[in-house]
Design a protein around this ligand. Structure first.
Ligand code: GDP
Ligand code: MG
Length: 441
């Protein structure tokens, strides 16, 4: 997304104002990104509608560029929708024995997640946990749960051949009460597709088991059909939360947004692998970043590489190697920064740099300053740019006035340039420049 948004937002940046058409164009890209992240179409559409209303409402109020403003609104809204309210990892497991019913399609990761959650409750909360498989269609599935229980050191209900799911649920409840367990997990059977028989069985189990929690396990890599699954289970069985599995894959996790929009229930955990420890509390911010494809340094570096046209880079590299760095070089660097989306966006892409970006903004070091500096350099003659030492006091005043800034700002810029030029000279002599450039590219 950052790539594609980059081009749209370049346009926005140049215009410097956030019109309705600009917002629309930018959000069209966001919508495509959501769909590419496997967010279901109606959910993506609704989300964009919401954001459009907010974006056009508060247009051009901030000091950031319009494009960044739109991204910020999208990002914030996405986090708000994903997070919802309440502590996501607090399963209701007071009043022992508390039953947790695990539902979902076959292969979604129910059995694995059951064991992962059991391990977590045992180790983090010191709970005594009992696991029971209701997958009567597949004896192997029942054994799978028993094996996992053994691995993580919790008990599983002994398997009795020929029992129905409801019968097993009853026996499990009794065992949980008599055995003094804190939590009972019921791992239900899944079908490859939703069908009446499956739903009726789950409903019957629910009525017997009276679960405190009913967790829907959804494969985070599935796209459009995940929505139907969620709607169906939530409507017919009633769920209290969602667990998204396979979030360790290359999927962008758009299912998270779909689940929230369709069920309104919190996403509790995410599965990040097949191992028993590969379970984490759902983090809305992280998933939002992933859905939008922002927040990683790789994207930043790639973007820098793209915008830094090879030719220009080579020309500059040659000059730097000779230790040369005049005002034109500085101007090119400043323009490069703006092209990459400006200070805020560069810092925003580095994890944990949000505060630094704010501080820089406070100190007046923002995109507007970069633009003023470029304007200053543009007001100089060719000769002056090549050799700023030529600038007399009267010329300085005129240049500053031409760019609409105080002369102090020009002096600051000249000093900044002098420092960089000195550094270049030193590095150029020592042959260190080649190394430094190689690192930069
Ligand atoms: P069930 O049919 O819903 O009970 O699904 P299972 O728990 O048997 O899981 C099906 C497959 O998905 C197994 O091979 C699991 O190891 C795998 N699996 C489950 N959760 C995850 C996860 O978060 N990440 C990855 N990579 N694989 C998972
Ligand atoms: Mg299973």
């Amino acid at each position: 997304l950052s790539e594609r948004l980059g081009s749209v937002f370049d346009r926005l940046t140049k215009q410097g104002a956030l019109s309705e058409a600009d917002v629309e164009a930018a959000l069209r890209e966001v919508r495509t990104a959501l769909l590419e992240a496997d967010v279901s179409l109606p959910v993506a559409r609704d989300f964009i509608k919401k954001v459009t209303a907010r974006a056009t409402g508060q247009a051009v109020t901030k000091s950031v560029t319009p494009g960044q403003q739109v991204v910020k609104i999208v990002h914030d809204e996405l986090i708000a929708v994903l997070a919802g309210e309440g502590a996501p990892d607090a399963l209701k497991i007071d009043n022992p024995p508390a039953t947790v019913l695990m539902v979902g399609l076959q292969g979604s990761g129910k059995t694995t997640t059951t064991a992962k959650l059991a391990k977590r409750l045992k180790e983090k909360n010191g709970k005594r946990v009992l696991l029971a498989s209701l997958d009567t269609n597949r004896p192997a599935a029942m054994e799978q749960l028993a094996i996992l229980a053994g691995q993580i050191g919790v008990d599983s209900l002994p398997i009795v051949k020929g029992e129905s799911a409801v019968q097993i649920a009853k026996r499990a409840k009794q065992q949980a009460s008599f055995g003094g367990y804190d939590v009972l997990f019921l791992d239900t059977a899944g079908r490859l597709h939703i069908d009446e028989v499956l739903m009726e069985e789950v409903q019957a189990v629910r009525d017997i088991a009276q679960p405190r929690e009913t967790l829907l396990v959804v494969d985070g890599l599935t796209g459009q059909d995940a929505v139907n699954v969620a709607a169906e289970f939530n409507g017919k069985v009633g769920i209290s939360g969602v667990v998204l599995t396979r979030m360790d894959g290359d999927g962008r996790g758009g299912a998270a947004l779909s689940m929230r929009a369709v069920t309104g229930k919190p996403i509790r955990f995410v599965g990040l692998g097949e191992k028993m420890d590969a379970l984490e509390v759902f983090d809305a911010e992280r998933v939002a970043g992933r859905i939008l494809g922002m927040g990683d340094i790789v994207a930043l570096v790639e973007k820098a590489r793209e915008t830094f046209e090879a030719e220009q880079a080579e020309r500059m590299a040659k000059r730097f190697q000779k230790g040369l760095f005049n005002m034109n070089d500085l101007k090119m660097q400043l323009e490069q920064m703006l092209k990459m989306g400006g200070m805020q966006s560069i810092m925003g892409m580095l994890p944990g740099m949000g505060a630094a970006a704010k501080a820089a903004e406070k100190a007046g070091f923002d995109d507007r300053m970069i633009k003023r500096q470029i304007a200053l350099i543009q007001s100089m003659t060719k000769k002056e740019r090549a050799n700023p030492d030529l600038l007399a006091a009267s010329r300085k005043r005129r240049i500053a006035a031409g760019a609409g800034v105080e002369v102090q700002e020009l002096n600051r810029l000249l000093k900044q340039h002098q420092q960089m030029a000195d550094m270049m000279k030193k590095m150029g002599k020592g042959g260190m420049m080649k190394q430094a450039i190689a690192q930069m590219m």
